[in-house]
Design a protein around this ligand. Structure first.
Ligand code: SF4
Length: 235
């Protein structure tokens, strides 16, 4: 039976999307001037965190000069910092920052992943690339046996999460919940005898956090709700 570590190894070596393989290779060779001394990761990215996690956090895809550079999801850019600060406040992260793979970060009861594992040009994967990559998210949901809350960051991740659950055989509601900040839904877990809760948040991209579309208080509110659900699960 596949383990999460075997899955991660498969992801790192994946070449299903020629356009993305070419792009991450090119961007990693060209580099951003500020990171010219870096040896970019330049490969697909697996998720990372606590393999006993009950909270799964799903993003869109690695950023070209963020996670594609550092080799860890949500690491090395402003989105990652925003996420780490909030996760730390709520006890899901050891450190309030996320800078590189050696920064001592450790996640508690949380696992961070994305719908697409290769940085796409302009953060816009093609529909076929999303389809190619979605089985990895479904496989993560299957292997992370304790997950009971999935927090999707942004509309792309929200839709991808529903599709991954459908791939696992979940009975989705019709219509399924439309994306919005703070939206939540719950369905029967497709593989376990319990519910799975779905939460949505605006993505902590610079575009959202710099314009006030997503404030620290709004983001913390979503994590407070995730914590509340997890507390109830313990009762
Ligand atoms: S986006 Fe996903 S499916 Fe496509 S090459 Fe990268 S890891 Fe493979």
């Amino acid at each position: 039976m596949t383990t999460i570590y075997q899955l991660n190894s498969r992801i790192i070596h994946c070449q299903r999307c020629p356009r993305l393989a070419r792009y991450i290779s090119e961007v990693s060779a060209a580099k951003k001037r500020a990171f010219s001394a870096w040896d970019y990761w330049g490969k697909p990215l697996p998720g990372y965190g606590d393999t006993q996690a009950r909270l799964l956090i799903v993003g869109l895809a690695p950023a070209a000069h963020g996670a594609n550079r550092t080799g860890r999801m949500f690491t090395g850019d402003s989105s990652g910092e925003f996420l780490a600060q909030t996760m730390h406040l709520h006890g899901f992260a050891e450190k309030p920052y996320s800078r590189n793979r050696d920064d001592g970060q450790e996640l508690h009861d949380a696992y961070v992943t994305a719908v697409v594992r290769c940085a796409p040009p302009e953060n816009k994967p093609l529909p076929m690339e999303k389809r190619n990559c979605l089985p990895y998210l479904a496989e993560e949901i299957r292997l992370l046996k304790k997950v009971c809350v999935i927090l999707s960051l942004g509309k792309f991740a929200w839709n991808g999460t529903w599709e991954a659950l459908a791939n696992l055989g979940a009975n989705l509601p019709h219509p399924r919940g439309a994306f919005g900040h703070g939206v939540e839904s719950h369905i029967r877990h497709p593989l376990r005898d319990r519910e799975i809760h779905l939460l949505a948040s605006y993505h902590p991209s610079r575009q959202n956090t710099n314009t006030g579309r997503l404030t620290p208080a709004m983001f913390q509110g979503v994590f407070a709700r995730a914590s509340e659900i997890l507390r109830h699960e313990e009762e």
